[in-house]
Design a protein around this ligand. Structure first.
Ligand SMILES: Nc1ncnc2c1ncn2[C@@H]1O[C@H](COP(=O)(O)OP(=O)(O)OP(=O)(O)O)[C@@H](O)[C@H]1O
Length: 260
């Protein structure tokens, strides 16, 4: 298995302060990673490096076997699917849902079309159905609820059949039913052996879908623990990460945590 991400001693410094602090991280093909940490821990910044949107201040970051700073990120980006609140801000409110998803393919027309001879709209509809929002295909994105919008963005991120899928807090702001439904659907994707290598950022262990294999805990830009999910998600590690005594349990195929 080859590495999809390989970070070595990565620092990101802003205003003289390291907001990512000496992070080394290997993500192998097929792995599904959850990155957890409190507000301001550096999770989104780490994801932005993986998305090739920023470069490390120090250290090296390889994404899909290319070293940032020595490669054309515009060739790399079409191989990466991203669903994030930042991306969401760039989509005009009057854009039709079908177009939001299909336009992801236009950016990679060459490579994608060589590999797949499929109808764009058919594929988009299939992905929207998979995320439970197929009935919204003709609506404008501005009329959707937060939960519906998040699902559409995940469908968009999957449209190009990326090699790396990056999900920044996909369940944030959803009500309990919406969260549970989305986490279940993300679990179905994670359990699909043909689904891309995935990194999901969240604040809550309850939002880690079934099928996730690895975890990283971040606090103040530094790694508290990382590796196989069941070895990483211990009460001690979570308590150190969030700065209060916590207990954590794994039941069925999901995690939950609370203060003790
Ligand atoms: N351009 C910048 N200049 C100064 N500080 C920054 C800059 N960008 C990010 N930060 C700070 O870096 C820290 C890490 O931010 P980041 O968004 O990566 O954290 P996060 O773990 O994703 O947080 P949250 O869970 O709240 O989304 C925060 O304290 C943030 O204020």
């Amino acid at each position: 298995m080859s590495d999809v991400l390989r970070f070595l001693n990565v620092d990101v410094v802003r205003g003289g302060v390291p907001i990512v602090d000496k992070v080394s991280w290997d993500v192998a093909e097929g792995e599904r990673w959850a990155v957890l940490g409190p507000n301001g821990a550096g999770k989104t910044t780490l994801l932005a490096i993986a998305a090739t949107l920023i470069h490390p201040t120090r250290g090296t970051a390889e994404v899909l076997d290319e070293t940032l700073g020595r490669t054309d990120v515009f060739e790399l980006r079409p191989r990466i699917g991203v669903a994030s609140p930042t991306l969401s801000e760039y989509i005009p409110d009057d854009e039709i849902v079908a177009d939001v998803v299909v336009t992801a393919a236009y950016a990679v027309a060459g490579r994608w079309r060589e590999r797949y001879e499929v109808d764009d709209h058919g594929r988009a509809q299939g992905l929207l159905d998979q995320l439970g929002v197929g009935h919204l295909v003709r609506r404008t994105i501005g009329t959707l609820s937060e939960g519906e919008r998040k699902r559409v963005l995940v469908a968009r991120a999957l449209m190009t059949d990326p090699e790396l899928l990056l999900l920044d807090e996909p369940a944030a702001g959803l009500d309990l039913g919406g969260r549970e439904d989305l986490v279940r659907r993300l679990g179905e994707i994670a359990n699909d052996p043909y689904a891309p290598t995935t990194v999901l950022v969240t604040h809550h262990v309850e939002e880690i879908p079934s099928g996730f294999t690895h975890g990283m805990l971040l606090r103040q830009g530094a790694v508290v623990a990382q590796g196989v999910l069941h070895e990483v998600l211990t009460a001690d590690n979570l308590s150190a990460t969030f700065g209060l005594p916590l207990m954590v349990e794994f039941r069925g195929d999901r995690w939950w945590a609370r203060a003790v």
